[in-house]
Design a protein around this ligand. Structure first.
Ligand SMILES: [Zn+2]
Length: 372
C-alpha cells in the first residue's frame, strides 16, 4: 500500500459503527465504504449477493494467488438496539475511559477496524502468500451469507489454509464450539367445538407430545451427557378455551458438539416428526438457522496463532460462530478476536482499546508471517 494513507483504528471503527447495519437493512453502503478505504492497496475485490441484491458479502484478497492463504473472517451486520436502554447513541462511538461504546464495537466491527488499520499500514507488496478479508452479511440472523462467501472464495482463490474468525474471545484462541440448528415446526390439527373433542385433533397436544419426546428420549439424554443442549423457545397456538386448536407452532433449537452428533439427533427428530406417524397432527418443519459446529481447530490454525504470539487457548467457546462453515469447507479454523462475548448484543456494548490494539498486532504479525 502506498505510504501516507494509514488508517487510524478508532476513526475506522467510528465510521463502521455509524453505518447502521442491523440485519433487517441493506449493508451495501458499508461494503462500498470498506472497499473504498482498502482500494489504494490494489486489491482483488469480490462481492456476492443475497437473492434480492440488497446485501453483499465482501471478499478482499491481498498478495499472490497461491496456496497457504489466511482468511480474516468477520461479519458486517449487528443486532438491533430496539428495547435496549443505551446511555449513549449506539451508532456513535463514545469513548468512556479506555473503552469504546457503540453497537458492533465488540461484535464485531472492532475486529474489522483492527484488521483494516493493520492492512492499511502494511507493505502488502511483500506478501508471499495470500491474506483475505472475508466479511459476511446476515451472520446475526442465522449465518445466511457465509455459505455464498465461502463459495466465492473457493471459486476465485486457492483454498486458504487457515481462517481466523474474529468474534470476541478477548484475544484467546477458541478451539471449538457447538453448532446451532434452529427450527420452527408447525403442528396441524383439526378444529372442533370442545364440547366433543373427539371430533377434532388437538394441535397443541401434538406439540406437547413432541416436547415430551425431546425431554424423555434416552438417546437425547445420552447426547446431553456428551455436551448437546436443546431448547424449546417459543410456542404459539390455539384461539380460545372452547375450541380444539387446529394449529400450533413451536420454535426449538439444538446445539451439537460435532457434525456426527448433529446428524444423529437430526435423524432421530426427523423420524419422530415423520408425517407418516400421524397425518393429522404433524405439519412441517422450517429450518431457521443451521450453523455447523467447530469440532476441533486444525493443528495448522493453532500453530499459526501460537507463532503470532497467541496461545492462550479456550477448549470450547459458549457461543457459535461462522468457524464451522470454514472448517466444513476444508479450511482449518480458529476463533480469536477483540472484546468479550459478555458485551456482545448488550446495551452499552463496548470494547477496550487495548483489545483493539492487540487484534491489530495479531494482523500485523500475520502479514509479516505471510511475507516471510
Ligand atoms: Zn458476531
Amino acid at each position: 500500500m502506498s505510504p501516507g494513507i494509514a488508517l487510524d483504528i478508532v476513526s475506522i471503527l467510528e465510521q463502521l459503527v455509524a453505518h447502521e447495519t442491523i440485519s433487517d437493512r441493506s449493508n451495501l453502503h458499508i461494503v462500498d465504504w470498506i472497499v473504498e478505504r482498502l482500494a489504494p492497496a490494489g486489491v482483488r475485490v469480490s462481492r456476492s449477493f443475497n437473492a434480492d441484491g440488497s446485501k453483499a458479502n465482501l471478499l478482499v484478497s491481498f498478495g499472490p494467488r497461491c496456496a497457504g492463504g489466511v482468511v480474516l473472517s468477520g461479519h458486517t451486520d449487528v443486532v438491533p438496539v430496539a428495547g435496549q436502554a443505551w446511555s449513549t447513541n449506539p451508532f456513535t462511538v463514545s469513548r468512556v475511559g479506555d473503552r469504546l461504546h457503540g453497537r458492533g464495537t465488540c461484535d464485531m466491527k472492532g475486529f474489522v477496524a483492527a484488521s483494516m488499520a493493520a492492512i492499511s499500514e502494511a507493505d502488502l507488496g511483500k506478501l508471499k502468500r495470500p491474506l483475505h478479508l472475508a466479511l459476511s452479511y446476515d451472520e446475526e440472523v442465522g449465518h445466511l451469507g457465509v455459505a455464498g462467501l465461502i463459495r466465492d472464495l473457493l471459486a476465485t482463490e486457492e483454498r486458504p489454509a487457515v481462517a481466523i474468525i474474529g468474534e470476541p474471545t478477548e484475544m484467546k484462541v477458541g478451539l471449538s464450539h457447538r453448532g446451532f440448528a434452529g427450527h420452527k415446526t408447525t403442528f396441524l390439527g383439526k378444529a372442533a367445538h370442545s364440547g366433543d373433542p373427539s371430533l377434532g385433533v388437538n394441535a397443541i397436544h401434538a406439540a406437547a407430545d413432541f416436547i415430551q419426546f425431546l425431554r424423555n428420549s434416552p438417546e437425547i439424554h445420552e447426547y446431553q451427557r456428551d455436551g448437546l443442549t436443546y431448547n424449546v423457545g417459543a410456542i404459539k397456538g390455539g384461539a380460545a378455551v372452547n375450541i380444539v386448536p387446529s394449529l400450533c407452532e413451536l420454535e426449538w433449537e439444538f446445539r451439537a458438539v460435532n457434525v456426527s452428533q448433529a446428524e444423529c439427533i437430526r435423524a432421530l427428530i426427523r423420524a419422530y416428526l415423520s408425517p407418516a406417524r400421524d397425518v393429522y397432527s404433524i405439519g412441517h418443519t422450517d429450518v431457521l438457522a443451521d450453523a455447523p459446529p467447530l469440532s476441533e481447530a486444525g493443528p495448522d490454525a493453532i500453530e499459526l496463532l501460537a507463532r503470532l504470539g497467541f496461545n492462550d487457548c479456550v477448549r470450547q467457546l459458549s457461543f457459535c460462530t461462522e468457524a464451522g462453515h470454514f472448517q466444513a469447507a476444508g479450511i482449518a479454523a480458529v476463533v480469536c478476536g477483540p472484546g468479550s462475548i459478555q458485551q456482545a448484543h448488550q446495551a452499552d456494548e463496548w470494547v477496550a482499546l487495548e483489545q483493539l490494539f492487540r487484534a491489530k498486532e495479531m494482523v500485523q504479525r500475520l502479514i509479516e508471517a505471510q511475507s516471510a
